[in-house]
Design a protein around this ligand. Sequence first.
Ligand SMILES: [Zn+2]
Length: 143
Amino acid sequence: MAIQLTQKIVQQFQLHGEKDYPHESCGFILGQWTNNGTEALEYVPAENTKDENRERRFLIAPNAYQQVEDEADKKGLAVISIVHSHPDHPDEPSEFDRVHAWPGFSYIIISVAEGVATQFRSWRLEADRSSFIEEKIIIKGNN
Ligand SMILES: [Zn+2]
């Protein structure tokens, strides 16, 4: 399994993470399934609706998720990934992330250190939900 990203999408979610710093940013990636994973086609920024502690937590409103899923449906695409940032923390899932994760998505976590997006990794929840496993990222082209 691998998730294939474009340089444009990487740039978009990194800029979003930097813009929302010191709060966590969150967004979705629309795309499609391939032979060995998924292919990202579009980044859709979402609003972090958590009222408190937005530095360390993110929450996506259920209607925001529904909306983005409808949008994906209309385009014949799927929501393949949920992206969020970790301000001044590593690009590894927290216990909160694991408890709140849904199976079947790539969780891309961006580390934003002092306002600058430094690195990111993609994670998938194990079927038994016990832990995340890191997923390979392939970055393609310029659009
Ligand atoms: Zn997190």
